[in-house]
Design a protein around this ligand. Structure first.
Ligand SMILES: [Zn+2]
Length: 91
């Protein structure tokens, strides 16, 4: 699969199997974090979260851009309206 689409280039050269790639733009994020190295965990609410540092082991972790995507039954969805992508008006 080409990573070019309508003149744009996806910014995910190192994660070809992930269907979604976040482009971190300094916006606010709310996330639960678990350290893959020592298992310590916590919660972060903040702006410009491009990296996190584990208080348990001191490891610095750069945030990746790959996000998983799970197919979900449309009639069971109760959240906000889903954002469309692709098709004739794709961006
Ligand atoms: Zn740790």
């Amino acid at each position: 699969m080409s990573n070019k689409r309508k003149g744009t280039t996806w910014a995910a050269p190192n994660e070809p199997d992930a269907p979604i790639f976040i482009q971190w733009k300094g916006t606010n994020v709310c996330m639960d974090v678990r350290c893959p190295k020592c298992g310590d965990h916590g919660h972060i609410d903040g702006d410009f979260v491009y990296a996190v540092e584990c208080r348990g082991c001191g490891t610095l972790w750069k945030l990746g851009q790959a996000v998983s995507m799970v197919e979900f039954p449309r009639d069971a969805w109760g959240g906000c309206d889903p954002w469309p992508f692709g098709g004739e008006e794709g961006t």
